[in-house]
Design a protein. Structure first.
Length: 74
């Protein structure tokens, strides 16, 4: 991965923590998590809005096509 060994990555992480501090990094992580959660919630509500709501026929009624078939067989 671009010639970076695990030792280089550890050193880079240490420098980032020293520059920004753990509190600021924690806040950035929380903000990023909240943004992702909000984005997923927005996608779910958008998907539900696009899908049409189908209503089932009441159990006591028959479809009109079934009525015509039963009348023609009489």
């Amino acid at each position: 991965m671009f010639g970076l060994s695990p030792g280089h990555l550890l050193l880079l992480l240490l420098v980032v923590v020293l520059i920004f501090g753990t509190k600021k990094l924690r806040n950035v992580g929380e903000d990023l998590g909240a943004a992702i959660k909000s984005f997923r919630k927005g996608l779910q509500t958008e998907d539900k809005a696009e899908q049409p709501q189908l209503k089932a026929d009441p159990a006591g009624e028959q479809a009109p096509a079934a009525d015509k078939k039963s009348e023609s067989t009489r």
